[in-house]
Design a protein around this ligand. Structure first.
Ligand SMILES: C[S@@+](CC[C@H](N)C(=O)[O-])C[C@H]1O[C@@H](n2cnc3c(N)ncnc32)[C@H](O)[C@@H]1O
Length: 282
């Protein structure tokens, strides 16, 4: 939908969304400009910015289902202040993770500070009823064994195994089949190593601060159930909507920028979605 995202979000019935992902302007103090779009990120003061952000958080909380999830994507400019505010809205006990999106890129030695190469995604549960779907990434036998640092045994069928332990205070050892453990994949933690889109990336649509699809696929796959509904009311180039579509989830999205809605519509039409003006959900 083209228009003010907060108005669109406010029109969502109570409890209708399974997850909300918000990737607002970061309080950079600059206009964000790219080949095919721009958005303003200039604010008179930090207080003005936080005053603008607060109702987005409150309305997200209201619109979420009891078992829903809230993602707030920011960086060092304002995330610490926004965290305190989001704690007030969701309750500190419902804060679940500070996801560090470590994106790498060019490194320039500096004597002032270390290079900033990560964003933060704050993750809140609406209530203790919320359940994430754990994520796994592929890894090799060598990576697995390097982490375990245990001798590898081979049984009479030729299967490799190592000793595992049931955990602290539980001395009983058990056998772990190396092949099973490797093929299950490595559980994703709160640090997400996902490359940033480079200038020639085929995913790029020319909209400023476009996030990689891989990042949003993690958001969707972990927090939106297969028949669930994702809301993103500052959708920019449409990455969250594309991720939801590819993973078979429903979504409702908005942005106030004509270029953003154009980019989002184009990406969705390329996936066979018939885009129509809101209020709607796909
Ligand atoms: C950081 S970008 C989102 C980028 C997006 N996640 C992506 O992957 O392309 C922030 C977006 O918020 C939008 N925005 C800012 N204020 C808004 C408002 N009041 N209503 C709707 N969209 C808004 C901007 O137009 C911009 O597209």
């Amino acid at each position: 939908m083209l228009g003010d995202g907060l108005t669109a979000l406010s029109a969502v019935p109570d409890g209708a969304l399974d997850a909300v992902y918000l990737d607002p302007p970061f309080f950079t103090g600059a206009e964000q400009v790219s080949d095919c779009g721009r958005f303003d990120d200039r604010w008179p003061t930090l207080e003005a910015y936080l005053g603008w952000l607060r109702p987005w958080i409150a309305e997200s909380q209201r619109a979420l289902a009891v078992a829903g999830w809230f993602w707030l994507h920011l960086d060092w400019h304002a995330v610490h202040y926004a965290k305190v505010m989001a704690d007030e809205v969701f309750g500190r006990q419902n804060f679940r993770n500070e996801i560090v999106w470590a994106y790498g890129g060019r490194r320039m030695p500096s004597t002032q500070r270390f290079n900033q190469k990560h964003d933060i995604l704050l993750l809140y549960a609406k209530s203790p009823a919320a359940r994430l779907t754990p994520l796994f990434v592929p890894w090799t036998r060598e990576e697995y064994l390097a982490l375990k640092r245990k001798p590898v045994h081979i049984d009479e069928d030729g299967r490799e195994w190592i000793w595992g332990h049931a955990g602290r205070g539980q001395p009983r050892a058990y056998k772990i089949d190396v092949n099973d453990a490797v093929s299950r994949g490595r559980a994703v933690t709160s640090v997400w190593d996902v490359p940033i889109l480079n200038t020639s990336d085929h995913e790029r649509v020319g909209y400023p601060t476009q996030k990689p699809l891989e990042l949003l696929k993690r958001v969707v796959a972990s927090s939106v159930p297969p028949d669930g509904l994702l809301g993103d009311f500052m959708v920019g180039s449409g990455t969250s909507a594309v991720a939801a579509r590819l993973l078979g989830r429903r979504f409702v999205v908005a942005d106030q920028s004509v270029e953003a809605v154009r980019a989002t519509s184009q990406r969705l039409e390329d996936l066979g979605v018939q885009v129509r003006e809101g209020p709607w959900a796909y």
